[in-house]
Every structure is written in structure tokens, then in C-alpha cells.
Write a protein that binds this ligand. Structure first.
Ligand code: SAM
Length: 210
């Protein structure tokens, strides 16, 4: 379990190269500045930004098999968590960030340009209006209740799509509330940044575009 800022930074550093760490340092610097203009993350969490946001996002990479190939779709990216952190750590991976609020779309577009994340783009619209494509990974952090996430996003899922849903303390309960057939497709992984939090992980049998 990660217990402080220094450990959180080391955790991230062990999972990416030096150039990626530089991109993340710049992202944090811009996030601090932008947070004074718009409420991207709770102000108090900036004191522990590595643990609360960066390592919390980066830990999702541990769930992704090396051979995974295709688009990482991040729903309700907001500040860029976890999508921009993933894109900064894996700049060759195609990452699509979905965000509907104008100022947040502008922020994400600006960060993509500033950090030269050439394989990352923003779908600046409500998820409900985004054209369907098959995703290799679907992530959503603090986006919506589990049942709603699945209802809105299953059209992007194939049988191979890996779902990674950081859910805080409600993970086990939200999973329990799913219909039995869907519940069996997911499990809860312990978060490495918060002993009370879980990440819902699994594959939803489905077909993108259907
Ligand atoms: C609570 S914030 C979480 C942001 C980020 N994932 C994080 O963990 O900090 C949820 C974000 O989802 C966006 N959002 C909510 N409903 C949406 C929708 N239907 N389509 C696209 N974005 C949406 C909001 O504008 C907001 O930025």
C-alpha cells in the first residue's frame, strides 16, 4: 500500500520512463495553476497529488496485459484522470478522453498539445453523443454509478474490452447491486493508494456497435 507522496512518486516512476515522469511533473504544475481558475480536483487533494491522483490513475496500468492493443477510452475525464496520466505514461497508446464541459474540454486539449500527446484526443461531447467504436480498455473514475456506466458504455465494449472502474469505498456494494449475470463478469481489485477503495475490473460480453 502506498502511504505517502514520496512512495507514490516512486510507484509511478517504476512504471514509466524519465520522459514520462517529466510530462507528469508538468501536468501537475499546470493542474495546480488551472485549479485556481476551475475546480478540476478538490483543492485539498493537491497537497497529496501524487497519491490521490497520479498513482491512483497509474495503478490501472498494472491491470492491463502487455499484449493489449487498441483504444483506451476514458469516460468523464475531467482533469484528465486517469486518461491523461495514462497517455503521459504510454504516449504511443491511442487514448480517447470523453468530457462534456467546455472549460474542461479546453483544458484537456491544451494539455494534450502542451505535453505533445500525439495519440491522445478529446471527444468533447456528452458520452451519449459519441460515435461508437471498439475500445480495448474502458476506464471511468468518479464518473457515474456502475449500472449507469455499463448502460451508457457497453456499446464500446467487445468481449475483449477490459473495464477498469475505480470506485472508492462503494466498489463491492455497486458490484453487488448489479444483476447476477453481469456481476459474475467483474471482480474488485484492492486499490494500492487507499486501503478502503476498490477498482472494479472485468470483461463485459458484448459487441461494439451492436
Ligand atoms: C466527478 S468528475 C470526475 C473527473 C475525473 N475522472 C476524476 O476522477 O477526477 C466527472 C466528469 O464527468 C463529466 N461528465 C459527466 N457526465 C458526462 C457525460 N454524459 N458525458 C461526458 N462527460 C460527462 C463531467 O463534466 C466531469 O468532468
Amino acid at each position: 500500500m502506498i502511504t505517502g507522496e514520496s512512495e507514490a512518486r516512486d510507484f509511478v516512476s517504476a512504471r514509466c520512463d524519465r520522459a514520462a515522469m517529466e510530462r507528469i511533473e508538468r501536468f501537475i504544475q499546470f493542474l495546480r495553476e488551472e485549479n485556481a481558475r476551475q475546480n478540476l480536483v478538490a483543492h485539498s487533494t493537491l497537497e497529496t497529488v501524487w497519491q490521490r491522483h497520479i498513482a491512483d490513475s497509474a495503478q490501472l496500468l498494472d491491470c492491463v496485459p502487455r499484449e493489449t492493443d487498441g483504444v483506451w477510452l476514458d469516460l468523464g475525464s475531467g482533469a484528465g484522470l486517469p486518461g491523461l496520466v495514462v497517455a503521459a505514461m504510454r504516449p504511443d497508446w491511442p487514448v480517447v478522453l470523453v468530457e462534456s464541459r467546455k472549460k474542461r474540454i479546453e483544458w484537456l486539449d491544451r494539455m494534450i498539445a502542451t505535453l505533445s500527446l500525439d495519440h491522445c484526443r478529446v471527444e468533447g461531447d456528452r458520452l451519449e453523443s459519441v460515435e461508437t467504436f471498439p475500445a480495448a480498455v474502458i476506464s471511468a473514475r468518479a464518473f457515474a454509478p456502475l449500472e449507469r456506466i455499463i448502460r451508457l458504455s457497453s456499446r464500446f465494449s467487445t468481449g475483449d474490452t477490459l473495464w477498469l472502474l475505480p470506485k472508492g469505498q462503494s466498489a463491492a456494494q455497486e458490484l453487488q447491486d448489479l444483476p447476477k449475470r453481469q456481476r459474475a463478469l467483474f471482480h474488485v481489485e484492492q486499490s494500492q493508494t487507499d486501503p478502503r477503495s476498490g477498482i472494479i475490473v472485468g470483461h463485459l460480453a458484448g459487441k461494439a456497435g451492436s
